[in-house]
Ligand binder design. Structure first.
Ligand code: ADP
Length: 484
């Protein structure tokens, strides 16, 4: 059966108080009754002594007779006299136990033969019955026992006093019990509410609520327990948070792995498909060469096509290898201080021939800017972007390379007046093998790997790449790099 701490403590206090008060009352009452008895015995002994002195004096000074005759003759008078002086009933017996005088002759005889016999054998004996005490004492004469004196007195005063003490003890005992219980309950209430607070705190922790403090401002064991619970709550909270974080990390890692797996599958599919096309062309033209060995025009055309497709195949394979190496392994990165204005001017000069060939104008608007990056990677990024700007341009179009300092970074823009890229496809052009117009890409020898590689290189240089419109026609690719 479940019993609350408060109930147990109250029971304990009640039992303790009842035992203490009971024991104390027992001792007090025993003391009181012992004291009363002692007082009574002393008083009766004094009375006996005084009566014996009076009787002996009478016996010695009166006519010389034997003690039995003396008591038989003088008993009634002496009993009356002693009764008058003591104020209580006095009865005298001779040494055979026969009544010889009574201060209250009309009163009923007392039946206390045993006590009388004891007194006749020279002992003091008394009997109490209700509120009455019958006290028997031997009367010793000069030579022998004269007789026995019997006092009868009332004990009502002593009994009343005793009862009074009992009532007093009862009242005091009950009051102490009530006050003790009240104080105990009040004290226990406070302890119990502190314990309840701690229990609530542990309940909250069990339910996963780690934000509430037990907040028990006490400087005792309960206060220490509260601090312990708080410390435990905090450490569980931290552990649980760490676990959640770990779980979230694992989950996102798993998602990334799944995505990667999917991308890899797609990549392999694309690679096989893209490799097949130039190979099929090469095979077809090789077969034509085999069949028509004597046709110089066909030999010329086929050889050109075979060389072009082989170059494309070679470039594609190189790009594929580079891309997969960049995804799998740590890039061999050798950063250095690069003067962007100088590098871009140099690239533009080198590409000018191709621009002229395509009938395009190449313009530059370069500001001085230095970056801390891998030079080879920058060359790869810029050449690719410039090449695309030339490839996907319109006849008599132009390409502008410009730089602009924005805060702690430099923006390098390659803007063309070309075909443009539809807004909804801009997020996909950085995927490997993605081309907006497959035929046009193939015509210009592209395979959709250039921008995927550019994006990887830019990421490794801690930069970003974005695409936007270039006015009405054309596209701008903007690379942002942190300044050195
Ligand atoms: P590709 O080798 O085909 O040029 P890229 O990865 O460099 O492959 O480019 C992906 C696709 O993005 C191209 O096929 C082309 O359709 C589009 N693209 C890239 N640059 C431009 C540009 N400057 N203007 C218009 N379209 C572009």
């Amino acid at each position: 059966m479940r019993m609350s701490l408060k109930g147990k403590f109250s029971l304990f206090i009640a039992a303790l108080l009842i035992c203490t008060i009971g024991l104390l009352s027992g001792f007090i009452l025993k003391g009181v009754s012992g004291y009363q008895r002692e007082q009574l015995e002393q008083e009766m002994a004094k009375r006996t002594e005084a009566a014996a002195a009076r009787i002996t004096q009478q016996y010695v000074t009166g006519t010389r007779v034997d003690s039995r005759t003396f008591i038989q003759l003088q008993g009634p008078n002496l009993a009356m006299e002693l009764g008058a002086t003591t104020g209580i009933r006095v009865t005298l017996y001779d040494n055979d136990g026969l009544k010889s005088g009574d201060s209250m002759p009309m009163a009923a005889d007392v039946n206390a033969a045993d006590a009388l016999q004891l007194a006749l054998r020279n002992n003091i004996a008394y009997v109490t019955e209700g509120d009455t005490l019958d006290y028997f004492a031997p009367l010793q004469g000069p030579d022998e026992l004269i007789g026995v004196i019997h006092f009868q007195t009332s004990l009502s005063a002593q009994h009343a006093f005793y009862r009074h003490i009992v009532i007093l003890l009862l009242v005091v005992g009950l009051s102490v019990l009530a006050v003790g219980l009240a104080i105990g309950l009040f004290y226990m209430n406070r302890q119990a509410s502190a314990i309840t607070k701690l229990k609530l705190s542990t309940d909250r922790i069990r339910q996963g609520d780690f934000l509430h403090n037990a907040d028990l401002q006490r400087y005792d064991e309960l206060g220490e327990l509260s601090q312990g619970i708080d410390a435990m709550r905090l450490s569980i909270h931290l552990n649980v948070e760490a676990l959640h974080k770990e779980k979230a990390n694992m989950f996102s890692a798993l998602q990334r792995l799944q995505l990667l797996e999917q991308q890899q599958k797609q990549f392999i599919g694309n690679v096989s498909h893209e490799l097949k096309t130039p190979l099929t062309t090469i095979k077809a033209y090789a077969e034509l060469l085999f069949l028509y060995k004597d046709d110089p025009a066909l030999i010329q055309d086929s050889s050109e096509i075979i060389i072009k497709e082989s170059d494309r195949l070679h470039d594609m394979l190189e790009n594929i290898l580079r891309l997969s190496a960049m995804e799998k392994y740590e890039f061999n990165h050798q950063p250095e201080r690069v003067d962007l204005k100088f590098l871009l001017a140099d690239i533009s000069t080198r590409m000018k021939g191709k621009a002229d060939k395509l009938g395009l104008t190449l313009l530059t608007d370069l500001q001085p800017a230095n970056v801390w990056a891998d030079r080879e990677s920058l060359v790869h990024i810029f050449v690719n972007l410039l090449d695309n700007a030339l490839k996907y341009n319109r006849p008599k179009g132009s390409v502008t390379i410009s730089t602009r300092i924005v805060g702690e970074a430099v923006e390098i823009a390659f803007c063309d007046t070309g075909v443009g890229i539809p807004l909804e496809l801009r997020s996909r052009i950085f995927e490997p093998f993605y081309t907006v117009n497959r035929d046009r890409a193939r015509q210009s020898g592209g395979s959709g790997l250039g921008l995927a590689l550019v994006k990887q290189f830019v990421d490794k240089q801690n930069g970003t790449i974005t695409v936007r419109d270039n006015g009405k026609f054309g596209t701008c690719f903007v690379v942002t790099l942190p300044l050195a």
